[in-house]
Design a protein around this ligand. Structure first.
Ligand SMILES: Nc1ncnc2c1ncn2[C@@H]1O[C@H](COP(=O)(O)OP(=O)(O)O)[C@@H](O)[C@H]1O
Ligand SMILES: [Mg+2]
Length: 274
């Protein structure tokens, strides 16, 4: 990842059933949040001829295989590699302060009806929301919209709704920390709730400077040159840390090295090439 030093990112997943209000809310959030952009799953549907028909004669659009998820992930990855450039290419005339403000947080809004049914995408998200509306409202909203290709008669009850129930069950088995939103609330109310939550996340990220991290204590025994277990079970190799600005104290046969990492320790150093 070619992230500029100090650059912070936040990925917000906005899922929900068809006509729940995902696109509406995503666009409003995007307008409110500086340095944000949207990647919408609907843009990655396969062409009609590649979407199979089931036994009932209905085109299987409401399944993950109807989408070019590999292509979508490619776009998400290009944002992750360089959010600033991605943003500039998407909206070249948009004003943003990215280049000058080290405190900027770049926000990606990923929206779609099956974003929580695809593990590689789920794993990238920092916040997950799901807009739900009841059957009647959904059917009503869907019937007033024109799709390409158009919904054939009986499509909602024969494919869309049963697949929603199936996909939703699958989603709940895959993800646990989803915030459910009542899509019958007004657009303004929904925006206010999610905006407040995301703004708080952004504020927290901006405040995360070096000093806010706890000292990380590594214990290296001096009577062997093997690798050692540190306090929180991260395996480290002594030579990895030569030159790191640390505070070293000795007690009996152990060296206590206190250092600050400018990022949360997420994974082990084990197997890393020092
Ligand atoms: N909170 C809301 N209250 C009432 N209608 C809404 C709300 N949010 C969206 N809509 C309407 O519902 C329809 C579907 O909204 P859209 O955002 O396109 O849904 P999705 O992207 O989830 O399919 C649109 O006509 C939109 O204006
Ligand atoms: Mg939409």
């Amino acid at each position: 990842m070619a992230l500029r030093a100090g650059m912070k990112t936040l990925v917000v997943g906005l899922g929900g059933l068809t006509n729940g209000g995902k696109s509406t809310l995503s666009h409003s959030l995007h307008q409110q949040i500086p340095n944000s952009c949207i990647i919408a799953q609907d843009y990655f549907f396969k062409e009609d001829s590649l979407v199979p028909v089931n036994n009932n004669g209905f085109k299987q659009y409401d399944v993950i295989d109807a989408l070019h998820m590999d292509v979508m992930m490619g776009v998400v990855d290009s944002w992750r590699r360089d959010p600033e450039r991605f943003l500039a290419e998407q909206s070249p005339r948009a004003e943003h302060t990215a280049a000058s403000d080290k405190e900027d947080v770049f926000v990606l809004i990923v929206e779609g009806f099956l974003i929580f049914n695809y593990r590689p995408l789920i794993e990238l998200m920092d916040k997950r929301y799901f807009i739900e509306i009841p059957y009647d409202a959904c059917k009503q909203r869907r019937s007033s919209r024109v799709y390409t290709p158009p919904d054939p008669p009986g499509y909602f009850d024969g494919h869309v709704w049963p697949m929603y129930l199936k996909n939703r069950q699958e989603m709940e088995n895959m993800v646990s920390d989803i915030v459910f939103l009542d899509g019958l609330k007004s657009k303004e109310e929904l925006l206010a709730a999610v905006y407040a939550d995301v703004s708080q996340e952004i504020k927290t990220l901006k405040g995360k400077t070096l000093e806010t991290f706890q000292p990380y204590v590594i214990v290296i025994k001096t009577n062997s040159d093997q690798s050692y277990k540190s306090q929180n079970h991260t395996v480290i190799y002594p030579e990895c840390h030569s030159g790191v600005d640390t505070n070293i104290t000795q007690h009996k046969d152990a060296l206590f090295i206190t250092t600050y990492f400018p990022f949360p320790i997420l994974s082990s150093f084990e197997d890393e090439d020092c």
